[in-house]
Design a binder for this molecule. Structure first.
Ligand SMILES: Cc1cc2nc3c(=O)[nH]c(=O)nc-3n(C[C@H](O)[C@H](O)[C@H](O)COP(=O)(O)OP(=O)(O)OC[C@H]3O[C@@H](n4cnc5c(N)ncnc54)[C@H](O)[C@@H]3O)c2cc1C
Length: 808
């Protein structure tokens, strides 16, 4: 074994081997994979080997497609058979709601280049002869689906990597990992030690234990999972003989089942409701090639449905039941990327569908390590989407919920209850008493809307029970004044003698003068967006930044990576140590004037001013800015004062008929101003010009800000895309995001977000289209729930088009 290397990959499952292959393929060949046993000795060896492209997140779906298309390449490079059978497949819906969801997938597939076709239940029965069409309302046919040999694929990755110069050390267990003062890592094994620049934790079932070696508690948990294999079935043989093809892969969402042919019989697996975590606290090191005891009672309810939906199963015997563990993150997507605070330590774990996702995970991680960027939009898999609030107990609750709902519908207005409430602000009970309906973001409870007694969300793809109440909240804001809680934003304090120069380099905007704020795009080296913030200069070298709450860890990782080593700048994420309230509407100034002695007149407190002032007796930081696009203020206050400030504002607002509004109303209001948001309109695949943020980029400023060359190049070339806001002529549903945008009969773009803009009574969609068609006055349609609706680009802002109200 080598004593020094550039990268150590820990784990010889399908994921570690894919990472090794991709590093070697992209030029890093001084890499060693350490496996404590034989390759595949974790969850990999007993996988059912199914693969498919479908994923709720379109970017993950793209990487799944990449993974499946890669198998031919690694087979050719390694000479190792992967056993890939691209049978195609069918996804089945037994309910109309599930069919609506499937139609959304077909629509997404159009711009992702994933071939999906809606078919009737009868047609499904013609291509998948074991199903009973009477049990289904419809289906979607898939092309890039099938199954493979898990061990063959893993060895093919490893052999191909070795052929490129990478090394694999089997029976070498990593026992500890220690960071040296010079930043290199000591990887201590039962066979000696390796010094390395980078460590990749691809420990699969032991990823948690490997994380703990460096003080990291990763949010992953293994779950027991069962599938059965039948005796040979005459129906299968008859089909094989008749068509010369295998029975295709099937997912029966309402039965929570997946199926495929296995030799002369069938394999059926299920995500049972009565699920069971495995090794909740610690994975035993002596676990290897053994299986867990099957528990047929647990899966019996699913099998009962399965045997009804696929009657041929009633006449066959079960040859074997496999029960094995594999890991999940709380939302079921992988955990990939560099870990904040541990330079050179990377993770590629929590991969629950290794044979659909392993290739994409390996590619993204190799790109990230070699080029400093994953090369694709992998937010849905980024390890930084969790903070330390994702504790072991939270993870346990969430993973179990996710497992039990793996094939369940999730409606756009459905908030999942497990692991909540976790983080709450001091006014949680006050807002609950006013009917707050809660959602959770980054572990924090966020008020979505305020419901009258006895009313709640009815889950639906269409407009629902909240519609009229959210409309009322919007009306209160636009006609008088509304108050909302905004603690969910990420808040950062930047200080130090080097702060100004550092911010000038990190952010693409012109820095504001003391007492002023600005919108601040942040770019990556390639000139694409990596953040959008509001930046306030508090004077005396102190700066305040507010940004996307869900991206706090993501942004802190970026900020810290770029901090000067001399300690001249400090940045702190304030998290729950700073809470926020916002007031907005034509009476917002009158309200603020009533609760403070400070001069908040239009002349003294201008749009984009920021001031420290007292509200009642509580010291606050107040910025004159509002995401509602109205006259408004954001009020930042320490949590111990939040209740007092809330009471002051509510009491003083009574004479104006103040009302509470939640994040759904905020969404409706911001759509009237075409304001985008992080992870929706603004993502690391768009440039500032494409995203319409170029007006905040100080292309000519002296500072050589990160991404300047890329941003200038984008400006010179005009970029590829444009963000546009559309009015959609829908009837009873609004876009939620990821719907295709049609132009002249072809899919040319995609929706990033939208909803009903109550104030203007318009259904609005924001999305990207190629710049060539971005100023067309007609010809657009947006596909929603299987139907194409006429859409037109908004010629002007729907509310306050000349900004008089906001700036007045
Ligand atoms: C019953 C069952 C059915 C499944 N069906 C499918 C399916 O149809 N399709 C699909 O895509 N996925 C399926 N999966 C999931 C799939 O198996 C996983 O997604 C995949 O195996 C994850 O691979 P991995 O490399 O991340 O982890 P693992 O396979 O667990 O590999 C981790 C490796 O790291 C090694 N290791 C850990 N710690 C150390 C250390 N300290 N030192 C050295 N080595 C270490 C382990 O020995 C192990 O070999 C199924 C899983 C199960 C259990």
């Amino acid at each position: 074994m080598k004593s020094h290397t550039q990268v150590v990959v820990i784990g010889g499952g399908v994921v570690g081997c894919s990472v090794l292959f991709h590093l070697a393929k992209h030029g890093w060949t001084d890499v060693v994979l350490l496996e404590r046993d034989e390759l595949t000795s974790g969850s990999t060896w007993h996988a059912a080997g199914g693969m498919h492209t479908v994923n709720g997140d379109p970017n993950v779906a793209k990487l799944q497609k990449y993974t499946i298309e890669l198998y031919k390449e690694i087979e050719a490079l390694s000479g190792q058979a992967t056993g890939v059978h691209l049978t195609g497949g069918v996804m089945l819906a037994a309910t109309q709601a599930r069919m609506d969801w499937l139609r959304g997938l077909v629509a997404k597939g159009r711009y992702l280049g994933i071939e999906l076709e809606e078919i009737s239940a009868k047609e499904a029965g013609e291509i998948m002869p074991l199903l009973d069409p009477k049990e289904f309302v419809g289906a979607v046919r898939t092309v890039v689906d099938g199954h493979l040999d898990p061990s063959g694929v893993t060895h093919a990755y490893a052999k191909a990597a070795r052929a490129l110069g990478a090394e694999v050390e089997r029976f070498t267990r990593v026992e500890d990992i220690v960071r040296r003062e010079d930043g290199l890592w000591r990887v201590i094994t039962n066979k000696g030690e390796i010094i390395t620049e980078h460590v990749v934790n691809a420990g699969g079932l032991w990823a948690r234990e490997v994380g703990r070696m460096v003080g990291l508690e990763l949010p992953v948990l293994a779950m027991e999972h069962m599938y059965l294999i039948t005796e040979d079935m005459p129906e299968v043989k008859a089909w094989n003989d008749k068509t010369g093809t295998e029975i295709i892969h099937a997912i029966d969402f309402d039965g929570e089942l997946y199926l495929r042919q296995e030799r002369g019989g069938m394999l059926m697996g299920t995500y049972e409701k009565a699920n069971k975590p495995w090794s909740e606290f610690e994975t035993p090191w002596n676990f290897g090639h053994e299986l867990l005891e099957p528990d047929i009672d647990r899966i019996a309810p699913s099998l009962e449905i399965g045997f009804r939906h696929f009657p041929a199963f009633q006449n066959t015997g079960i040859k074997q039941i496999i029960n094995g563990p594999f890991t999940f993150a709380p939302d079921g997507n992988p955990l990939v990327g560099p870990v904040r605070g541990l330079p050179g330590f990377w993770v590629a774990c929590g991969v629950m569908a290794g044979f659909s996702q392993g290739g994409g995970v390996g590619l993204a991680l190799a790109n990230w390590m070699i080029h400093g960027d994953p090369g694709a939009d992998i937010w849905a898999m980024d390890v930084s989407r969790y903070g330390d609030w994702a504790s072991m107990a939270y993870t346990n609750a969430k993973v179990r919920e996710n497992y039990s709902r793996r094939f369940s519908n999730r409606f756009p207005n459905e908030e999942l209850p497990a692991g909540r409430p976790l983080k709450t602000t001091p006014i949680y009970d006050l807002l609950s008493a006013k009917g707050a309906q809660w959602g959770a973001a980054y572990g924090l409870e966020i008020p979505l809307w305020f419901a009258p007694e006895g009313v709640g969300d009815e889950f639906s793809w269409r407009r629902s029970t909240d519609f009229e109440h959210v409309a009322n909240e919007c009306r209160t804001v636009r006609t008088s004044v509304g108050l909302s809680e905004i603690s969910g934003f990420a808040k950062y304090r930047v200080k130090g003698q080097g702060a100004e120069a550092w911010l000038d380099k990190m952010l693409a905007c012109k820095l504001p003068k003391p007492g002023r704020m600005t919108l601040a795009p942040m770019l990556k080296e390639d000139g694409k967006l990596i953040g959008d913030f509001s930046l306030a200069n508090l004077g005396n070298g102190e700066w305040f930044i507010a940004g996307s709450g869900i991206a706090e860890q993501y942004h802190m990782r970026w900020f810290e990576k770029h901090l000067p080593k001399d300690g001249s700048v400090t940045i702190e994420a304030l998290g729950p140590r700073l809470t926020g309230l916002s007031i907005a509407g034509p009476n917002a100034r009158n309200l603020l004037a009533k609760v403070t002695r400070a001069d908040v007149s239009a002349a003294a407190f201008k749009f984009m001013d920021v001031k420290k002032l007292d509200i009642g007796m509580a010291p606050c930081l107040v910025g004159r800015v509002s995401y509602t696009g109205d006259l408004g203020y954001e009020i930042w206050v320490k949590p111990e004062y939040q209740r007092a400030v809330f009471h002051s504002l509510m009491a003083a607002g009574e004479e104006f008929g103040i009302g509470l509004f939640g994040s759904r109303a905020l969404n409706a209001l911001r759509l009237e101003k075409n304001y985008g948001s992080w992870a929706r309109e603004y993502r690391p695949i768009y440039g500032p010009l494409e995203a319409g943020l170029d007006r905040f980029v100080a292309y000519g400023k002296d500072a050589d800000f990160i991404g300047k060359a890329g941003a200038l190049a984008e400006r010179a070339s005009g970029g590829r895309l444009r963000l546009r806001a559309f009015i959609v002529e829908t009837d009873d549903a609004d876009v939620i995001g990821d719907e295709p945008i049609w132009f002249s009969g072809e899919v040319r773009g995609w929706v990033t977000s939208g909803g009903f803009a109550h104030g203007s009574k318009a259904s609005v969609a924001m999305g990207y289209v190629p710049k060539e068609i971005a100023d067309e006055s007609g010809g657009f349609e947006i596909e929603l729930l299987g139907k194409r609706y006429p859409a037109r680009i908004q010629p002007a802002l729907l509310f306050d088009a000349n900004l008089e109200r906001m700036r007045g």
